[in-house]
Design a protein around this ligand. Sequence first.
Ligand SMILES: [Zn+2]
Length: 264
Amino acid sequence: MIDSHCHLDFDDFNSDREEVLERCRHLGVTHVVVPGVSMAQWRCLIPLVNQYAQLRFSVGVHPWFLDDYTCLSSELFRCKALLLAAMQPFLSHRQCCALGECGLDKPKASNQAEWLQQQVVFEAHCLIAQQLNLPLIIHSVKSHDVVLKYLKQYGLTRGVIHAFHGSAEQALAFYKQGFLLGAGGGITYERARKTRAAFAALPLEAVVLETDAPSMPVSGRQGERNSPECIPGIATHLAGIKGDDVEHVVHQTRHNTLSLFGIN
Ligand SMILES: [Zn+2]
């Protein structure tokens, strides 16, 4: 099994990161992908991934952290140039496997200017993904139509909509574009009917497992720190939703994740 999205570098894991990874190994979670979220954080990821061979990482600017980047221009091509120059030293690292976490989060934008700036920064990531042919790790909250519009505009066909929440129609539209959908703690809640129906409708080839730890705890563990150790439980839930056996879910989602990120 692979946790395709886990913020293992966050302070929440400072006291026991080593033990968490050790327990993951025993549970059969062989790889963990740690997404980049801000330029300052990319640098901190390097010593971490150098220490643990089972980690992969990506570089991107998360839509929640745009305030830190007054340096990022509101002009698209200037923004792309600045972003690419900052990413360049990290892209050649052998454990760097994607661009992101980037994307759009409409409710986080408090006005139209912020919403437009989110789009410029996301579009800049799209331009870089197109130029370098790298998969994208996308955060999309109440923004699926706009995200899909940009993926189509730039002909992007590789990546993941992480922690997907939405309808079966939206999920299938992303999959038709070539994107995979991240199934995490959200699917373990009975009340998440629409999202569970979406994962039921998708072919297993379209799905990767993730925790988004330390956020998004699974049902029954609200208020606790989430952990990549929860991946086997999410696989079991997904198997239940799909009426499939766990072994098949584990095998296929692992294959999907390895080929998406070029992990061998
Ligand atoms: Zn995340």
